[in-house]
Design a protein around this ligand. Structure first.
Ligand code: PEP
Ligand code: MN
Length: 337
């Protein structure tokens, strides 16, 4: 951290700042310039930079090291590739995750998954515990939904991801799913993140509705700090002043994150746009921007879906998009599965 003193700052003020940062466990390296004295604070301790900004004589405090370590490319320069039963995510491997918003019945999941597997999709999605804005909306089938997902996935030789909403559900999820999803509304549920750090299964961490990229990375840091190194980030749109789409898909998050972090990042164009006809263009844009995968809602009968029908693709629509994405992957020299 660099502390720039005001040009009018007195020796006494500078000494007070040095004493303060030393008390906090930092070494102080002082450099006296013509106009300003700059103090370099070196150390591993966490400090609130506002505490220094408030000291008299301080002009500016500049953080030069990032607050995240394990998620950073500085710590691990090469891309993290997550591999599950031969399916790879990251490092030029683009993964397709598809399925309904929610598990509604065995027949619904079975008929959707049968088609998806036929198109070549390897990872099935579906919510069994649903975070709904209204307590009166369909809340999911709970453990019964997880059982359906596992049974159907095994039938078609697929992997499964589903959203875990609270710490107490983790042991149950470990029995049924291959990738545990953390929903946007839970991105900063720190107890949940810490507990997911203790497991040894991949976590798909969705960006919060109003979360900054740095906050998403810090949430991933929580999981990794617990020892779980398999985190997949997910950009799913953020809340802005724009209302035509459900959220605003921040595609710039992809290159930004890929520069800072080695973790794979996938894109959810379904929740980002909320509108079926916007899913295909944004899927293509996401792949073109370098996404390591997509998570897309597909329903065997979107018109009768209990949740998010308007943003769910018809299976045939998905099939057409998937073919286009495969062609795009060839141009981009990426593998898609
Ligand atoms: C979901 O993927 O089922 C979901 C609820 O998405 P999000 O948490 O991004 O809103
Ligand atoms: Mn949904």
């Amino acid at each position: 951290m660099l502390i720039v003193m005001e040009s009018r700052a007195t020796e006494e003020q500078t000494e007070k700042v040095i004493k303060f940062i030393k008390q906090k466990g930092f070494d102080a390296h002082v450099s006296k310039g013509e106009d300003h004295t700059v103090i370099g604070a070196v150390g591993r301790k966490v400090i609130d930079k506002r505490d220094i900004e408030l000291l008299s004589g301080v002009k500016e405090v500049i953080r030069i090291t990032s607050p995240y370590k394990l998620v950073s490319r500085v710590f691990k320069p090469e891309d993290t590739i997550i591999e599950l039963k031969g399916v790879k995510i990251g490092g030029g491997n683009t993964a397709m995750i598809a399925g309904p918003c929610s598990v509604e019945s065995y027949e619904q999941v079975d008929s959707t998954a049968k088609k998806l597997a036929g198109y070549g999709v390897k990872i099935l999605r579906g919510g069994a515990f649903k975070p709904r804005t209204s307590p009166y909306a369909f809340q999911g089938l709970g453990e019964e939904g997880l059982k359906i997902l596992r049974e159907v996935a095994d039938k078609y030789d697929m992997l499964v991801t589903s959203e875990v909403m609270e710490v107490s559900q983790i042991p149950m999820f470990l029995k049924y799913v291959d990738i545990l999803q953390v929903g946007a509304r839970n991105m900063q549920n720190f107890n949940l993140l810490k507990s997911l750090g203790e497991i040894r299964k991949p976590v798909l961490l969705k960006r919060g509705l109003s979360a900054m990229i740095e906050e998403l990375l810090m949430s991933a840091e929580y999981i990794m700090a617990g020892g779980n190194r398999e985190v997949i980030l997910c950009e799913r749109g953020i809340r802005t002043f724009e209302h035509i789409t459900r959220n605003t898909l921040d595609l710039s998050a992809i290159p930004v994150i890929q520069k800072i972090s080695h973790l794979p990042i996938v894109v959810d164009p379904s929740h980002a746009t909320g509108l079926r006809d916007k899913v295909a263009p944004m899927s293509k844009a996401a792949i073109a921007a370098g996404a390591d995968g997509l998570i897309i809602e597909v329903h065997n009968s979107p018109d009768t879906a209990l949740c998010d029908g308007a943003q769910s693709l018809y299976p045939e629509q998905f099939a057409e998009l998937y073919e286009e994405l495969k062609a795009l992957a060839v141009v981009l020299k990426k593998k898609i599965c």
